[in-house]
Ligand binder design. Sequence first.
Ligand code: GLU
Length: 471
Amino acid sequence: MTDVASPRFRFAPSPTGFFHVGGARTALYNWALAKRLGGTFVLRIEDTDEARNKPEWTQGIIDALDWIGVKRDDPTFEGPYFQSSYADEHVAAANRLFAEGRAYYCDLTSEQIQERSKQNSKPGYDGYSRDRGLEPGPGRVLRFRVPEGTTVVDDLVRGRVEFANDTIEDFVLLRGNGSPMFLLANVVDDVSMRVSHVVRAEEHLPNTPKQQMLWEALGHRPPVWAHVPVLVNEQRKKLSKRRDKVALEQFRDEGYLSEAMVNYLMTLGWAPHGDEEIVAWSRIQAEFRLEDVNHSPAFFDLKKLAAFNGEYIRAMSLDQFISACEPFLTGDVPWSPDQFDADVFRSIAPLAQTRMVTMNEIVALVDFLFLAAPIIDETAWSKTFGGDDAVAMLNDAIVAFDALTDWSADALKTTLEATGAARGLKLGKAQAPVRVAVTGRTVGPPLFEALELLGRDETMTRMRVASERAR
Ligand code: GLU
């Protein structure tokens, strides 16, 4: 895919205050390739838009990259560079293009351009000032003189894309106040950072012929291009931050595991060899090729992501699982620190582990163990105790459990099974009122193990309190 000895990839996000999952995928593509090919991953923050120049947003980008394994302290990583620091170079490049006749100044206002456009056969700027020989001056924009012919973009994902140059207007390089435009800044930075491969979102494909012309006009061979297809939602609409969940940070905070997220993002429009989709990063890095990326939009399927995450959660060792739980067990939790018991948690952890999709679910699965009384989910309560049967079942269970000499999960189960059977109830129905009485919820860890752990006294108290409440 490349004849460059030491390829240089780059990821060039514009800070937006959150890290889009599509950006994460693009970053991972660049990272995987830089790692496999022994190249470099350059991070450039495109912060020339004043409103986007917040230091915490840059930190957010670095933290998000770190979370998905694109590590700043890795020798493959270079930067971050800040586009705003290179404004002089952008302007100098523009001046050179002007001096060489590759760009010219124009003093038309946008109203005048619109007016002229109405009389022309083609919309847009018509090259009015091309031969007027204007010098720089306030309010005058510098425009690139688009040459005649055709621009062919060879794209590793899209294939060969041809653009007729007469469909491309003489685009602006410097604004009327002398500040550089994005297209120019982006190319000048790529040139000076010796970027060999531009792998980025598909939305930039229409910019590419212009940028390729700029590379050539500046005396450089254009980079290898690869435009990565957009991510779409269930309705096949492009993911949008207003409508869809797109912030990587949100997934992180809900307890998606970074390995699951990374693995899932890499399977959007690409697949590792063989039948398995759940594979380690080392395999992804070894197998990923841009040429194999599908060029149609990729469905960002939240259900599939959740399934990936569940698989990754279940694959963890107990110690890994417990440390992955830790961030969720402090801070916004219903128990106070002295109520939490690490040994009890260790005992319940394997039971919880099998039932979770995201790590933040851990709290609701175990809180009943650390609270003086369970948090009652009122909907679950009224559903369960709506009829008399459930209360009667609960009362029978109280009597039966009270008589137990062996307070073990096995004995509790056998007992409840028999008690339920006497009322003609299957185990599932028989245990529902007990579960709600003790945990406050209809879903939770396996019940009998939970009761064993909670202990006889606490279990019996909760069942009696519930029986009173449900009467
Ligand atoms: N700063 C641009 C963006 O965030 C990326 C431009 C590029 O990758 O060339 O969309």
